[in-house]
Design a protein around this ligand. Sequence first.
Ligand code: ADP
Ligand code: MG
Ligand code: MG
Length: 886
Amino acid sequence: MVRYVYDFEDGGRDLAGLLGGKGANLAEMSRLGLPVPPGFIVTTEACRAFLAGGEEPEGLCADVSRHLSTLERAAGRLLGQPDDPLLVSVRSGARFSMPGMMETVLDVGLNDASVRGLAKVSGDERFAWDSYRRLVQMYGTTVMGVDQALFDEVMTRLKEARGTSDDLCLDAADLAWLVEAYKRLIHDRTHRDFPQSPAQQLREAILAVFRSWNAERARLYRRREHIPDELGTAVTVQRMVFGNLGHDSGSGVAFTRDPATGRPGLYGDYLPNAQGEDVVSGVRDAVPLAGLERLDPRSYRQLRAHARTLERHYRDLCDVEFTIERGTLWMLQTRVGKRTAEAAFTIACELVREGLVSSDEGLARVSGDGLARLMFPRFDASATGEALAHGVPASPGAAVGVAVFDRAQAVRRAATGEEVVLVREETTPDDLPGMVAAQAVLTGRGGKTSHAAVVARGMGKVCVCGARDIAVSAEARRFTARDGSVVEEGTVISVDGSTGDVFLGAVPLVASATMRYLESGEQADSVVSAVARALEHADAVRRLEVRANADTPEGAARARRFGAQGIGLCRTEHMFLGERRKLVEEMILARTDADRDRALAALLPLQRRDFTGILEAMDGLPVTIRLLDPPLHEFLPDRTDLAVRIAAAEAAGGQPDAHDVELLDAVSRMHEENPMLGLRGVRLGLVVPGLAAMQVRAIAEAVVERTRAGGSPRAEIMVPLVGAVEELRLAREEVTRVLAEVGEETGVPLPCPVGTMIELPRAALTAGRIAEEAEFFSFGTNDLTQTTWGFSRDDVEAAFFAAYLDKGVFAASPFETLDREGVGRLVRIAVEEGRAARPDLETGVCGEHGGDPESIRFFHDVGLDYVSCSPFRVPVARLEAGRAAL
Ligand code: ADP
Ligand code: MG
Ligand code: MG
């Protein structure tokens, strides 16, 4: 018999998969002896069974009843008992936290009779009706599917009639009226009544929470966070405690450290006389925890002590939800808290220093994505004028975009490539698509723990919240700043999530402190020192080397400053552009060998100069130079343009330019339907006489020049797009011949290794043969992904990848994160068979995957010697290579 329900006593944080993070951590807290209202947890397994079968799995109902009885016995009263009701909350909670994305119903067990019982035993009639109206509303939306906005409207109208904007000014009679109005609303909309049976309420609420797993916003959130769709949510049923029992009650949220900066110290918001979501939803202004310290010092001290207990136990920043019921503190939730990249580095470094976690664990807690975020530019402080508004700096970074006031506008404008800033009075989970589309989020209300702040931090978006000096009107699509200036939709604003400032117009950007550190070694502040510690440790533990893809001396020098241990891919095609195009054109169009040789001879010194500069910048480190790869016609003018030009000249009655005619002829001759699968890579070298020889000579002469200048150049020659060992053998013969020639001419030894890219399935599958001719393999995972999947990258990404991601064909684009199952398998085969044939074969990757955290893990696992990525990704790759080795 499957067990669908667990008591808190039987759970713990190691059971998060089964009990959800929330349930597992509640169990953990109660086992730690913290004051947690008793309850039980319905497993994610039950949810999965329900969602798969469409009905309650067998045995669930009985399991729930049994645990409910235990809860009732302990409380000494029954769920919804008319004279003294036990009330419970029914809470969602999945393996991975999805803040606010699913549903929770509070105050389950109230009905027309028990509301009076509750009023009597509590001695507080207002409280009883306040709880009841909350239940009817939450139940009405979550279980019965009535639009939240309709309830809000009723509430707003009542407040207007009472001449107040504060729900605390509504008295018991008002709230009783509200309950009736809500019930009518539910009946009008659903033709069903709000159920009076507490047992039915409980059962329906549990099933509704299950269903909320598939709510649209929850799906969207999961897709963004790469959370699998099949996990399901657990449901926690827990005795209610009441923060809405008057002024010595309240509810709040806290972080054990500042989640924006990582600074130690309890941090959070508290709202007196409030229940549940009130504090994060911004219905009323919460006070900072210092306010609680004044209001109720005893509870505050306890909260601080519990926060310390949790932080020591979890050895990490935690966030908590708590409620104070008439001076008694209850802990309602904890989890390892989301934080900014800045805070992640600072906290990891601090915890290592405190001896709470090892250096390895500290490294595990930061990420390459976070580091990349810290490398983004900041606003130039000297260029900012007067701030238009100022709010809470809730998620750092600099963002410029046009102001938009609802999620639809955000999505629409972002889809056309505009950068947008979503401006809201406050955000709700429904705003998620808009937040995803925006560069930054700006709200008029709420603190560091508000919905906007929490979600933005989780997504790494810039966020300024609680900017009280702006008045946001979503209807009018504008906000008014304190100086009276009006910002209409479409106006460009700049949002600084690190200071909380908002500026009109686009503020110019400068390098961040982290970037300055990477460039110069200067450790300007504690965040940067934390980054430095993490990188040092990563360098100490990683097995993978990190090289860069660079094809200019400047790029090579920057990569080296960033810690690159060589160049894994030096493309030569960029060197054929600009004014050299003319020479390339001449080479391609040459009628005679002599013409071609002349063009090649003119290109030679230019190429040599390129290589000399790069070898100098990377002196002592390997530089892998790839022979020309792309189809030649990429260096010629566009066929249509030429045809149009010629036709226009003819139409005007004149003679078309002779050169144009000649070019068109050549371009037409070389036209390919499928250039990516055409005359390129090693095929070019084998078919166009003299081209490869010229490139190899340029490399060889550059090596000679650098050697004579006293340097230690380490050029490696790489042949692209090889599919068969014969191709490589022929190419290599030519390379060796030219190297020998130059060696003879100059008397300088040229020990340049020759290797190949593995970027065709055939190459991977015959790697054992290819290794006979290759001293190294470099996986070109971009082409290997294209050719393995049969995807033309430029065509498929825009056409249907979004649909594929939606339909779950893959969880991430295979061009961003290496497809382990298919492409990865080819890599594995090639490494194994290549090494079997040539034990000292060097292996690396030079596709864009070389800078992707997930993929780096794979390359570590499969045993490559290095990854190579763009210079700016080098620090990220160092960090992730270190994390992969833990
Ligand atoms: P979410 O996952 O959206 O945070 P929760 O399940 O945590 O949803 O609940 C929403 C709010 O209700 C939270 O503020 C929580 O603290 C409060 N809450 C949940 N259960 C109880 C309870 N038993 N007593 C009092 N408040 C509760
Ligand atoms: Mg919660
Ligand atoms: Mg390629």
